[in-house]
Write a protein that binds this ligand. Structure first.
Ligand code: DCP
Ligand code: MG
Length: 242
């Protein structure tokens, strides 16, 4: 189908403007609808940079990023935004109500859609407990909610747009292990036909991924399932033991 949500990186090399050396070198992988692809690697390995190329926050120097077989630089940005939701590593809430913040990508969403998204994102109870519910005020930068609440609101915001592709950049790290597990189980149910790419710090977040890409210094050094990597990848073993 034309709107399936197949993501393909083909021999992608990328350097930040003005930088001498690339932060990503020769990255190739495919993520298909129904799959979860996880990216793991030490700080500075290039995980955020890798995600940023799909919504075209930057364009690669070499190679191609394709969405449903079309190079993303041939799609208009509104089209990419409709199909791809990025939950950034430092999710941003602006001054306004919770409802305003959740409708950021889809202004016409109904309250029911917001509550449905909150339920999946494990944010329903803390919003319901607030006196004004969806009309509760968020201060600039979301300083009056906790880090974990902020992450859950930003995950709910992504769910509201019902994209074909989800990019989660370390979106589960501020959650306790139990909430993380519940959230991912709920996500799995509601996004079962979407393409999901997860950057994670915690191994438990990604053990069930269909494929894990081990990123080191801008390169994919190993790839496979959790079980495969435990057998074959010294870099992965180091991460597991750390
Ligand atoms: N970098 C840069 N300019 C930017 C962003 C990053 O020069 N605007 C550099 C810093 C790192 C490299 O690129 O050397 C990779 O950065 P990433 O943010 O992609 O790294 P990670 O997301 O893997 O790191 P972390 O786990 O800390 O989020
Ligand atoms: Mg990062």
């Amino acid at each position: 189908a034309a709107l399936a949500g197949v993501v393909e990186y083909r021999n992608v090399t990328f350097a930040y403007p003005g930088a001498e050396s690339p932060v990503l070198s020769n990255i190739s992988f495919t993520a298909r609808p129904g799959q979860t692809i996880a990216i793991i690697g030490s700080t500075g390995a290039g995980k955020t940079s890798l995600l940023s190329l799909l919504p075209r926050l930057y364009d690669p120097a070499e190679g191609q990023v394709l969405l449903d077989g079309v190079p993303v630089d041939r799609l208009d940005r509104a089209e990419i935004t409709r199909r791809v939701a990025l939950v950034p590593q430092r999710p941003y809430l602006f001054s306004g109500t919770i409802g305003h913040n959740l409708r950021f990508g889809k202004t016409e969403a109904t309250d029911q859609e917001l509550w449905d998204a909150l339920l999946v994102a494990q944010g329903e109870s803390f919003v319901r407990e607030k006196k004004n519910g969806l009309d509760s005020r968020i201060s600039q930068g979301g300083t009056n909610v906790s880090g974990g609440q902020r992450q859950r609101l930003c995950i709910a915001r992504a769910l509201v747009t019902k994209p074909r592709v989800y990019l989660f950049d370390d979106s589960f790290s501020a959650l306790d292990v139990a909430t993380d597990a519940r959230l991912r189980a709920a996500l799995k149910r509601t996004t079962s036909d979407a393409t999901v790419i997860i950057v994670a710090q915690r191994i438990s977040t990604i053990t069930e991924a269909d494929q894990i890409l081990v990123l080191d210094n801008g390169r994919i050094v190993d790839r496979g399932t959790h079980e495969e990597l435990l057998e074959t990848s010294p870099t992965y073993q180091e991460i597991v033991e750390s």
